[in-house]
Design a protein around this ligand. Structure first.
Ligand code: EPU
Length: 422
């Protein structure tokens, strides 16, 4: 197993090209099940989760070719051909919850989908009740047995769905299902994340009739058939945000090439509040760190609020700031697992329930640390960039799920960082 070794203290200067967004790529790959022929995606991020989705699509009978540019040919016809072609097995789902994204397309296109129930995960219980409630409202028969959710329906029909919570993958699943349903579906209290908008854009390119993505109400007029498309995947706002924090805390100067500032409003305004200099340039977003960092209070919220996927990284910034920050996590109930690890590096953080009080200031010192989820791992790499001495981040497989070649990108702008065998 690999580890990341960081020698802290370098100022990061230069340019980093932001990769395609993991959380846009995963639903887009699943959406390739819907059209009548092969679709091609460009700017696909080279990530473990993307490989897992590729594996799952192959299992479902798709032909999947390429990596950076990926072509996916779904099985022809309208009926699944045997169990393997409609089932997402436990072995794959347990490594990636986003496997649930094939459920909507499978039912819509082939009339039947069966996905192992994802179960809880390190950051929270993460139920899928809203996905299932929506599919049931569209006329699907949903059964839970032997750890699998089995959903079938000859032809889904449009429905009015009010989500109890705005759920990103839930909304994506329902949009994909509704795209081929008979009649109109309205999703209220919809998630407004840029990845939901990106999926709607691509489905519409395929011939779907979706309006309102990016707002609280999405309306989908079902069509009988969708056409294959070609599409380049949007830049990853969370990868960009992670490197933006790296620039701020190392007092560096980074141009995040391709980053879309309009997807990053909440985090960029917190970076500015912390004292970083943020400018939007033709090629992307530029972040410069300067004097002392000011504390920042953060409450995670669905988009356009501050993203939970940036909470751990901003906690490192808060740990270095001159004063006290209060960080509240409202999306996932167990997303403070980086706290004990940051404490081992000298951070002063007190957690009570969903609130972390960070008393910034003390210099961090390098240590061996390990993380239990993707964004927590990223925060430990960030801490390592500014800590005195050497930091070793273990369990790098978490990072590889969502950051493409993070050590190479950081090394190219001056970090002393490498991957080694643990
Ligand atoms: N929820 C329910 N019922 C549901 C679905 C969600 O109660 O049926 C709750 C969740 O428990 C949570 C809240 O709703 O409290 C929001 O969860 P959501 O469904 O939006 O999360 P997700 O779709 O499972 C995606 C991202 C996550 C990101 C969250 C929140 C993908 C593949 N994953 O997850 O990304 O944290 O939205 O923005 O898009 C990551 O990249 O590190 C990551 C975890």
């Amino acid at each position: 197993m690999d580890k990341i070794v960081v020698e802290g203290g370098s100022r990061l200067v230069g340019e980093i090209k932001i990769s395609g967004a993991k959380n846009a790529a995963l639903p887009l790959l699943a959406a390739a099940l819907l059209p009548t022929g092969p679709s091609t995606y460009k700017n696909v991020p080279l990530l473990q989760d993307v490989s897992t989705m590729g594996k799952l699509l192959r299992q479902l009978g798709c032909e999947v070719d390429g990596r950076r540019t990926m072509t996916i040919a779904p099985p022809p016809g309208k009926h699944p051909r045997g169990k393997h072609h409609y089932e997402a097995p436990y072995q794959l789902v347990k490594t990636m919850r986003a496997s649930i994204l094939v459920l909507g397309p499978l039912v819509a296109r082939y009339g039947h989908g069966r996905v192992s129930l994802p179960g809880g995960c390190a950051i929270g219980a993460r139920p899928i009740d809203q996905h299932l409630k929506g599919l049931e409202a569209m006329g699907a028969k949903v059964t839970l047995e032997h750890g699998y959710v089995d959903v079938s329906c000859k032809r889904l029909r449009g429905a009015s769905i009010v989500c109890d919570v705005p759920t990103v993958t839930g909304c994506e699943n329902l949009m994909m299902a509704a795209a081929l349903a008979k009649g109109r579906t309205v999703i209220e209290n919809a998630a407004r994340e840029p990845e939901v908008e990106e999926l709607a854009l691509v489905l519409n390119k395929m011939g779907a009739r979706i309006q309102g993505a990016g707002t609280h109400v999405i309306t989908i007029e079902g069509v009988d058939e969708l056409q294959p498309i070609e599409h380049a995947i949007v830049a990853d706002r969370i990868e960009a945000g992670t490197f933006a924090v790296a620039a701020a805390i190392t007092r560096g100067d980074l141009l995040l090439r391709g980053a879309r500032a309009e997807h990053m409003d909440a985090m960029l305004s917190k970076l500015r509040a912390a004292g970083a200099h943020v400018t939007v340039e033709a090629g992307g977003v530029r972040v410069r760190g300067g004097g002392d960092l000011a504390p920042v209070d953060i409450t995670t919220q669905p988009h356009p609020g501050f993203p939970t996927d940036m909470q751990a990284q901003f906690m490192v910034l808060a740990a270095l700031a001159d004063g006290q920050s209060v960080i509240k996590e409202t999306i996932f109930e167990n997303r403070f697992m980086h706290v004990p690890e940051l404490a081992r590096m000298g951070a002063d953080i007190a957690v009570s329930g969903r609130v972390a009080v960070v008393r910034g200031g003390p210099k961090l010192s390098g240590a061996q640390v390990m993380a239990t989820d993707l964004r927590a791992s990223a925060s430990l790499v960030l801490a390592g960039l500014v800590a005195g001495g050497k930091t070793e981040v273990l369990r790098v497989y978490h990072l590889d799920r969502g950051y493409e070649a993070i050590e190479k990108k950081l090394r190219a702008v001056g970090a002393k960082i490498k991957r080694a065998k643990a």
